[in-house]
Design a binder for this molecule. Structure first.
Ligand SMILES: Cc1cc2nc3c(=O)[nH]c(=O)nc-3n(C[C@H](O)[C@H](O)[C@H](O)COP(=O)(O)OP(=O)(O)OC[C@H]3O[C@@H](n4cnc5c(N)ncnc54)[C@H](O)[C@@H]3O)c2cc1C
Length: 381
């Protein structure tokens, strides 16, 4: 068993680490202030080829594997969960296109995704359909040579920026033989007739990320804009979400690392009772737990990413990585807050942001309860 990173993986890790320190850290402060999508930062990230990290070279991507991707993603997440999530959603959507789109759709959409000129988004969630996609009411009906779509999606990430395009939208297209809803995936261009951006949401964190309602009111798209087979929408979404869950493992590990680095520095320099906090065993226990959680989250994530890269079944491992890393991230954020005492309550302390960012990782990409149900099912329950 070889746990070492390849020369290429070390190179990408160093590139991402350097970019994170020099570019993402200052941009994160701006995003927190102005709540604007970081266009300039995304452009610089695109110059490094990162939006196309998993896109094959024939479509202008870097053609790297999922393990290399999560190694870089962890670096980004040590400073900015917001930017990590913007990138993660984009990569997930591009991967869905790579796996399920037709040859013609790939040629049209993958090159601008790889260049970062177009930003990917996926629209699954609705007001009545969160964990339970069978609650979905957005409908698509074939009308001549066009699909007509009606419904509203909520919380959708990346969909309302000026570079958002090629939304992967899930909609009900009929009923299956077993009575459940038939759900299909559609490619909706930004300028499709009848597609409008709804309200954006005021959030407790991820301020530079665009999250909003999407409204489809007699939206018309060509019949050929269905992605893959009719009725394959949930399977495709799950295929994308497997990568998303591995990615959440890396983002969780990155957040824990951010908490650990900040807390260790602080505990060494802050003195009470004549000693640095790091001399107190109760503080040491928190730091040790963070370090252990980070290592274990990273190992689970790397293993799931390795399986994904091999094309092997990684459903259980992806769910485990997501569940474990995000649970430990919430714990680490609470402990980092505690170590910083009252200063953590002040907005200019990084651990304040880590605390605000952590909990949502247990909700997004399928809640942690859904991961638990899923893992239990794989165990035969
Ligand atoms: C910032 C943000 C960004 C997002 N981005 C996107 C996006 O880009 N695209 C997209 O499609 N969606 C997106 N979402 C939606 C996200 O995926 C959902 O919020 C998530 O799937 C949970 O759905 P819900 O919020 O409706 O919670 P619910 O499904 O209502 O769940 C509420 C609680 O009930 C629990 N629960 C539900 N069912 C069960 C069960 N069977 N057993 C045990 N417990 C259960 C859940 O675990 C949770 O704790 C985003 C959400 C947020 C907040």
């Amino acid at each position: 068993m070889d746990f070492s990173l390849s020369a290429e993986q070390r190179e990408i890790q160093a590139l991402a680490r350097d970019f994170t320190r020099k570019e993402i850290a200052p941009a994160q402060l701006e995003m927190d202030e102005d709540h604007e999508f970081p266009y300039a930062l995304w452009e610089k990230w695109s110059d490094l080829g990162m939006p196309g990290i998993l896109i094959p070279e024939e479509y202008g991507g870097s053609g790297l594997d999922a393990l290399t991707y999560v190694i870089a993603l962890e670096e980004v997440a040590t400073e900015s969960n917001t930017f990590a999530l913007i990138w993660q959603v984009h990569v997930l959507v591009a991967e869905m296109y790579r796996k399920f789109a037709s040859a013609e759709q790939k040629v049209h959409w993958l090159p601008p995704f790889a260049r970062g000129e177009k930003l990917g988004a996926i629209g699954l969630t609705e007001a009545g359909a969160g964990s339970d996609s069978q609650g979905m009411t957005t409908r698509a009906a074939l009308d001549g040579n066009q699909w007509s779509i009606d419904g509203t999606k909520i919380f959708i990430s990346n969909a309302g920026t000026r570079i958002s395009d090629g939304l992967a939208l899930m909609a009900v297209t009929g009923a299956r033989d077993d009575g459940r809803k038939e759900i299909s995936t559609f490619i909706v261009p930004r300028d499709a007739e009848g597609f409008t951006l709804g309200q954006s949401f005021a959030k407790m964190a991820w301020h530079g990320m665009d999250n909003r309602e999407l409204v489809f009111d007699g939206c018309r798209i060509p019949a050929g804009n269905i992605m893959g087979e009719r009725g394959a929408g949930l399977r495709q979404a799950l295929g994308g979400l497997n990568l998303g869950r591995v990615a959440f493992g890396a983002i969780g590990a990155g957040l824990i690392r951010g908490c650990l680095e900040e807390s260790l520095d602080y505990a060494k320099q802050r003195k009470q009772f004549g000693k640095p906090l790091s001399d107190f065993q109760l503080t040491q226990a928190k730091l040790a737990n963070m370090a252990t959680g980070m290592e274990a989250a990273r190992r689970l994530t790397h293993y799931a990413a390795y399986l994904f890269a091999q094309g092997a079944d990684c459903r259980k491992e992806a769910a485990m990585a997501k569940l474990f890393a995000t649970q430990r991230a919430t714990e680490a954020a609470l402990d980092a807050f505690q170590i910083h005492g009252g200063y953590a309550f002040m907005e200019d302390y990084k651990v304040n942001r880590f605390y605000r960012e952590a909990k949502i990782l247990e909700i997004g990409e399928g809640t942690n309860e859904i991961q638990q149900l899923y893992i239990a099912r794989q165990l035969g329950c």
